[in-house]
Design a protein around this ligand. Structure first.
Ligand SMILES: Cc1cc2nc3c(=O)[nH]c(=O)nc-3n(C[C@H](O)[C@H](O)[C@H](O)COP(=O)(O)OP(=O)(O)OC[C@H]3O[C@@H](n4cnc5c(N)ncnc54)[C@H](O)[C@@H]3O)c2cc1C
Length: 421
């Protein structure tokens, strides 16, 4: 009897052991399968990453091949009124050849010959659509009037020329896309776009680039305008927000008209300020892209900093007035005696005029040609190599100039200086 009981217990134990081993084996093979799956996933991710880098390289190589030096002729293929004072211009290359892509946020530089101007006039306008239209570019331009505190001043030269005199089929001279204020399409980090009025143009290009490529990147889009009359691209923005769950659209009207409807035309009454952002954004953990008039850019940068957003996450561009020359900044050099500026290419050496607002102004006053665009340190057109000496900045550059060069529009000499101009 004892034998039978013992054999039965041994059998049960053996069966238990077999079952345990089977469960262990099953678990192990599941673990193996899971780790195999995650290894496969990692390999897939790596492959996708490499492909995206290769694609990007291909695009860059193509962009370089298709890009051009100097000015190229473009034809206005369409002129579309967006609001009372903003009009979009669609431009196709007159030679009919393919266009290089660009980074969303970059701008075009135009050269306009006006009969009453002694020299061609240069202005920059941001590309306002995504780079995925290889046959045309688009810029959207606001008509600039005389400043409110100086109504007798002449109205904006080039914006009014575009609005009043440049029509479909007309030709304009355009430099290839450039600029450092741009969105990397390689990243998937969540972004906040902050636009004031016509400052929407570069961030609209970024928004369109994200949504047109079907990216799920998280986007918070803030636009500040006065009211419905200034609400640029209203239907387009609403359509993008409706069709893309990853896009949150927040339009601010600072002085809505009686007929403007809250929660329909706009979401918030007031200005785009960091205080207002705090009530809407889930955190400050974003890359911020700002484009607006200079005072708005300044406030947003300062307050984002105060909110703890690291400098490296705050990207900005300001559309400063091009014609109005910078005010002379008092510097310690006022009292210092003679500073010699040698313009090497022009073969002239001149004594620095401490009343000049910048090296660009000084050069122009002495008929020394230096290309210029924004005159505010943003567009990089006046970048000039320094052969000897150093400069002092009298304005804040949109991005640091290359080593060994200066942005002549916001620089003055520290001491004797030799420039490649
Ligand atoms: C990188 C970059 C991108 C840009 N993108 C865009 C864009 O997408 N869309 C857009 O609309 N703009 C954009 N701008 C701004 C644009 O380049 C021009 O600065 C803007 O159109 C004004 O140029 P304007 O020739 O019409 O005016 P300007 O002739 O330069 O005049 C500017 C202001 O100065 C006043 N003024 C002229 N002369 C005097 C005087 N003697 N005394 C006092 N005041 C005077 C004018 O009345 C006007 O208010 C961008 C600027 C930069 C730097």
């Amino acid at each position: 009897m004892l034998n039978i009981i013992f054999s039965f217990v041994a059998l049960v134990f053996l069966l238990g052991l077999v079952a345990y081993v089977l469960v262990l084996l099953a678990n192990n093979s599941r673990i193996l399968a899971i780790s195999q799956n995650s290894a496969d996933l990692e390999a897939e991710l790596l492959k996708a990453k490499i492909k995206s880098i290769m694609d990007r390289r291909e695009i860059e190589t193509k962009q370089l091949k298709l890009s051009w030096n100097g000015f190229r002729k473009f034809q206005v293929i369409s002129k579309v009124k967006e609001t009372d004072d903003i009009t979009s211009f669609y431009l196709a290359p007159h030679d009919g050849k393919e266009l290089p892509g660009f980074l969303p946020g970059q701008f075009l530089t135009f050269q306009v010959h006006l009969p009453d101007q002694p020299q061609p006039v240069i202005r920059c306008y941001s590309l306002s659509d995504s780079p995925y239209h290889p046959d045309r570019y688009r810029v959207s331009i606001k008509r600039v009037l005389a400043p409110r505190d100086n109504l007798t001043a002449p109205p904006g030269l080039i914006s009014n020329y575009f609005h009043d005199s440049l029509n479909e089929n007309d030709i304009v001279d355009v430099k290839a896309p450039s600029g450092h204020f741009s969105l990397s399409m390689m990243k998937q980090t969540p972004v906040v776009f902050l636009a004031g009025g016509v400052g929407i143009t570069p961030v609209l290009s970024m928004l369109n680039a994200i949504t047109e490529m079907g990216s799920q990147r998280e986007v918070w889009f803030f636009l500040g305008v006065r009211n419905r009359a200034e609400h640029i691209m209203k239907e387009h923005l609403e359509m993008v927000a409706r069709e893309n769950e990853n896009v949150s659209l927040n339009v601010f009207y600072s002085s809505p008209a009686e007929t403007d409807v809250l929660n329909d035309d706009y979401q918030v009454q007031g200005r785009v300020t960091v205080e207002n952002l705090k009530a809407i954004l889930p955190s400050n953990n974003f890359d911020f892209y700002i484009c607006a008039p200079p005072p708005m850019v300044k406030d947003l940068r300062k307050d984002l900093n105060g909110w703890g957003v690291p400098k490296k996450n705050i990207h900005f561009e300001a559309f400063g007035p091009a014609t109005v020359k910078g005010c002379k900044v008092e510097t310690s050099k006022e009292s210092v005696a003679k500073i010699n500026i040698q313009f090497q290419k022009s073969g002239k050496t001149l004594v620095w005029d401490s009343k000049a607002a910048s090296l660009l102004d000084f050069a122009e006053a002495n008929q020394i040609p230096i290309d210029s665009g924004c005159r505010a340190g943003n567009c990089g057109t006046c970048l000039t190599a320094i052969k000897n000496g150093a400069v002092e900045l009298v304005g804040e550059p949109g991005s640091e100039p290359e080593a060994g060069s200066c942005l002549a529009c916001i620089s003055i000499p520290k001491d004797d200086l030799t420039l490649d101009a």
